[in-house]
Design a protein around this ligand. Structure first.
Ligand SMILES: [Zn+2]
Length: 239
């Protein structure tokens, strides 16, 4: 394992947890955020706060503008689907790819992160998770392996190279509740989660009914731990 890591930091729950996971394992952290015209631009403010709390060596926000197109409500004016609770949401989404999916977003993010990591001799850490009840194809283990292989090919590195680039996905097989329990064990992580931003509607306090809010609330409820963000800001929609 290398001593330096580039952490893809959206400012949400998963990337915040990954940053503090990495803090326990690497000597030097570089956080990397992306401004791609997302509706929930508030997450970039959160990313700055979280990066500062983690004491990173650097935090870069890459300005991508509206380079990613598509019908996802995250990057268009399409309305966000809302859900009254987790069970209803699970039933509605089923095996469908989530409406908020942005084609090629994670590949683009990993490509830029790999550029920075190649220069630093660092691992790339991302909070993608295949247990996310969202069926995002670019959050699955097979994608992470394939992206790592493609990136190493692009960098001219072979499977046997000691310095090959690794894409590390600490949350890949964790449920949201398991992620919360992990966060609780990482020094400083819960304090940072109080300033993380998850809500797709970009609301602070969180809207409580978008996919991201419902999933986050379900994770904390299952873990039996109070969400420090809700403790700090309260609910927009009284629970
Ligand atoms: Zn929300």
């Amino acid at each position: 394992m290398k001593r330096t890591a580039v952490v893809v930091l959206s400012g949400g729950q998963d990337s915040t947890t990954c940053l503090f996971w990495a803090k326990e394992r690497y000597e030097e952290l570089h956080a990397l955020s992306f401004d791609y015209g997302q509706r929930h631009i508030a997450e970039l403010t959160a990313a700055g706060r979280v990066a500062a709390l983690a004491g990173v060596a650097s935090h870069e926000t890459v300005l991508l503008g509206d380079v990613l197109h598509g019908p996802s409500p995250l990057i268009s004016k399409a309305p966000l689907e809302t859900y009254p609770d987790f069970a209803t949401m699970d039933g509605i989404i089923g095996n469908r790819i989530e409406l908020t999916f942005v084609p090629m977003r994670n590949m683009l993010f990993l490509t830029i992160a790999a550029n920075r990591a190649a220069l630093l001799g660092a691992d790339v850490i991302t909070g993608i998770c295949q247990e996310d009840n969202a069926n995002y194809p670019d959050c699955r283990q097979e994608f992470a392996w394939a992206a790592e292989a493609a990136i190493n090919r692009a960098l001219g590195q072979l499977l046997s190279d000691d310095n090959r680039l690794h894409i590390v996905t600490p949350l890949m097989h964790l449920s949201k509740a398991e992620s919360v329990r992990l966060a609780e064990m990482l020094p400083g992580c819960m304090d940072a989660l109080a300033y993380s931003h998850t809500c797709y509607a970009g609301r602070v306090p969180p809207c409580g009914e978008c996919h991201a809010c419902v999933l986050r609330a379900h994770g904390f409820a299952e873990a039996g731990i109070e969400d420090p963000l809700i403790a700090r800001t309260g609910h927009l929609t009284p629970a």
